[in-house]
Design a binder for this molecule. Structure first.
Ligand code: HEM
Length: 402
């Protein structure tokens, strides 16, 4: 791993992520924050060479918000160049009416009524089953034994995909989103997921159920039903989107609470404050650190002119640590008046469809673990840290309880 650029000399005009941060997009970098501080101060729009061509890295809150908001200038078709190459055309890269129509298909499965009536009871059952498996041990690695597969179990149930081996399936989902680092591995993972899902599609076409998969297979868009290819693309987006991101939020939330006993104490006394802790976690260590856009015209931003057709890496994580918007941004605290301004779920037309689900899962997981494992605390055996560049979360979380 190369060393990050943190010399006293001014940052260069161009570079690449490996040299800038000291590792590739999926590497377990522990502390990218000093680099972002320099970028925001010195080069808020930095031109990088990336595996997908030239990419401009935006790091200031105001620029990141502008790029996420202004979909005419910063088009989501930038997503077609990364994961879109592999999973096909999905709502992530669609625009306008086509995008709205596709969003409408799945919104009911992630809205408040579905959450309350169908999803919340399923989440509680899944959490309690998982805790039953290690409750008597009085110690656990909560990443390995809980957070890693918990959201995959939930989203698989919502979609209606029975999975025999959650761990293996989640490894495929992780390999899929690691396309920038290992395109070959991502292709193999996509094939494995497709092979797994294909027979299910046939089964649900014949015998629909009250699940998202049946709904996608029988939904009509402009008088036509979606073909297998389109449904598979949807699933290849939803399974990693639901699993990969929320496992990170849940792990980081647990770490943040256990590593900040004063915050944990407040949450134990007043469980309603858990919601503030979740928002602060999303801001403090955003699980998804970047979104991709493509410029539709030459545009001036962050002191640079980005030419039409270039890729833009919109650094949500850096924006959420921008001191100009969040004073004392490195601190994890419940007292932040503007925590709701974080943009961890994106902003505008493509705002995360699963945000309510992710929040519910994180809340229920933390409440049930704190309620069932008395005096839950970090174990000193192997101290945890949050790692990652494109995605961030603890890679292990050793805990003990009485
Ligand atoms: C903590 C957990 C999560 C985080 C941090 C997160 C983050 C994001 C972000 C930043 C976007 C915007 C992408 C863009 O603008 O290009 C997004 C979109 C999306 N997310 Fe999430 N997500 C999370 C959980 C979920 C879950 C649980 C699901 C449901 C299975 C989900 C489904 C989606 C979908 C379908 C989109 C595309 C929306 C569109 O393009 O209109 N996400 N997410």
């Amino acid at each position: 791993m190369s060393k990050p650029i943190l010399t006293p000399e001014p940052l260069p005009e161009t570079g690449n992520a490996s040299v800038l941060f000291g590792g590739s997009m999926m590497s377990p970098i522990a502390n990218p924050w000093p680099v972002y501080t320099r970028l925001r101060a010195e080069r808020p729009a930095m031109r990088l060479d990336s595996p997908m061509g030239v990419a401009w890295l935006l790091s200031r809150y105001e620029d990141v918000l502008r790029a996420a908001r202004d979909s005419e200038t910063f088009s989501s078709r930038g997503n077609a160049r990364g994961i879109g190459l592999l999973i096909g055309r999905t709502i992530l890269e669609m625009e306008g009416r086509e995008h709205l129509r596709q969003r409408k298909l799945i919104t009911p499965f992630f809205g408040p009524t579905a959450m309350r009536e169908r999803v919340a009871p399923a989440i509680d059952r899944i959490i309690d089953d998982m805790i039953d498996g290690f409750e008597r041990d009085r110690r656990a690695d909560l990443v390995k034994q809980f957070t890693f597969t918990f959201p995959l179990r939930v989203v698989a149930e919502i979609i209606g995909v029975p999975i025999d081996d959650f761990e293996e399936f989640h490894h495929w989902a992780l390999a899929l989103v690691a396309i920038a680092d290992d395109p070959g591995g991502a292709v193999v993972a996509a094939q494995k997921i497709v092979e797994y899902l294909k027979p299910l599609l046939e089964e649900r076409r014949r015998e629909p159920r009250a699940d998202l998969l049946s709904s996608l297979l029988h939904a009509e868009v402009d008088g036509e039903t979606l073909g297998d290819k389109e449904v598979l693309s949807f699933l290849l987006l939803l399974l990693p989107a639901g699993a990969e991101t929320t496992y990170r939020l849940t792990g980081t939330l647990l770490y943040a609470l256990l590593a900040h006993p004063e915050v944990l104490e407040v949450v134990r006394r007043d469980p309603a404050r858990l919601d503030s802790a979740i928002e602060e976690t999303l801001r403090w260590e955003s699980p998804v650190q970047f979104i991709s856009r493509e410029t539709t015209c030459d545009v001036e931003i962050g002191g640079a002119v980005v030419p039409a057709g270039d890729l833009v890496m919109v650094a949500l994580g850096s924006a959420n640590r921008d001191e100009a918007h969040f004073p004392d941004a490195a601190r994890f605290t419940l007292g932040r008046a503007n925590v709701g301004d974080h943009i961890a779920f994106g902003f505008g037309e493509h705002f995360c469809l699963g945000s309510a689900l992710a929040r519910l899962e994180a809340r229920q997981a933390a409440s049930r673990l704190l309620a069932r494992l008395p005096n839950l605390r970090l174990s000193s055996d192997a101290p945890s840290t949050i790692v990652g560049l494109a995605f961030r979360s603890p890679d292990h979380l050793l805990v003990a309880w009485d």
